[in-house]
Ligand binder design. Structure first.
Ligand SMILES: Nc1ncnc2c1ncn2[C@@H]1O[C@H](COP(=O)(O)OP(=O)(O)OP(=O)(O)O)[C@@H](O)[C@H]1O
Length: 252
């Protein structure tokens, strides 16, 4: 089997006269964290939306686990192995940590949300919830309502909810956004642990986190990937430094 869980070829999205993604080609391989960085307005969200299936590309191809999914929507892509977290939280705030994970486990198993009360008795669902929580930063927070969690804890819960879908890979859209320094450091450790099992395409502005996590980095500028390489290659890449002119500190 190919090592590529995600394969993107020549993806183009135009908004009127603006080319938001301009023949983007990249892939995600088993065992890696591939970070996607770029200045504001570079086209990162547009690209992520095309990878999820929320936005149809004008040109190009997306493959998940070798299968062409370019014409497929979000649920079909999720069914083939796509997992993701959102910039805007999708958690149910009046439910507990464990209940949020249980709903995601049940959704993967083809359950109906209205059957949630009956779900309470489903041992196998709760066993799965327990094993997802075990070893996570939320192990002691299972019974707490989401509304009582810190921002960092909510971000961790979003990851557990995404993992409950047993994805082949994860698309992470700014997991560090809004986190304080120690919360970010904790999140880096959480992502490192998860990446041993589940490869990730990571869109992130926090360069310290990107450099700590990424096996490969791609740089998107004005819709084009201008470089892909290791942390060292990207740090020293002249075009990348040029694109981040005025933000060089972030690359040091
Ligand atoms: N629906 C849309 N209609 C028209 N233009 C759009 C649309 N969505 C995005 N754009 C434009 O496409 C370009 C890329 O935007 P996008 O949001 O993908 O960038 P980004 O890299 O995610 O930026 P940020 O880091 O600020 O979130 C921008 O110039 C943006 O104004």
């Amino acid at each position: 089997m190919s090592d590529r869980v995600l394969d993107v070829r020549g993806l183009v999205k135009r908004f009127g006269g603006l080319t938001a993604t301009d023949h983007v080609t990249l892939d995600l391989q088993r065992g890696e964290i591939h970070a996607l960085i770029g200045p504001n307005g570079a086209g990162k969200s547009t690209l992520i939306n095309q990878l999820c299936g929320e936005l149809a590309p004008d040109e190009g191809e997306v493959r998940i686990m070798g299968r062409d999914v370019t014409g497929l929507g979000v649920p079909e892509r999720v069914g083939l192995g796509l997992g993701r977290t959102f910039q805007i939280t999708s958690l149910l705030t009046e439910m507990t940590v464990a209940e949020n994970i249980a709903l995601a486990v049940q959704a993967r198993r083809g359950g109906n949300f209205r059957l949630f009360d009956r779900l309470r008795g489903r041992k196998e669902v709760w066993a799965e919830v327990g094993s997802l929580l075990q070893g996570s930063g939320l192990a002691t927070r299972a019974g707490i309502r989401v509304s009582g969690l810190s921002h960092g804890e909510k971000k961790q819960l979003e990851l557990l909810v995404a993992l409950a879908g047993k994805p082949a890979f994860l698309l992470l859209d700014e997991p560090m956004a809004g986190l304080g320094h120690s919360e970010s450091q904790e999140m880096v450790q959480v992502l490192k642990r998860i990446a041993q099992e589940v490869p990730m395409l990571l869109v992130e502005h926090d360069m310290e986190a990107v450099f700590a996590l990424a096996s490969r980095i791609s740089v998107l500028v004005y819709g084009r990937i201008i470089a892909t390489g290791s942390v060292e290659e990207i740090r020293n890449h002249p075009e990348v430094r040029e694109a981040y002119l005025g933000q060089e500190d972030e690359l040091c």
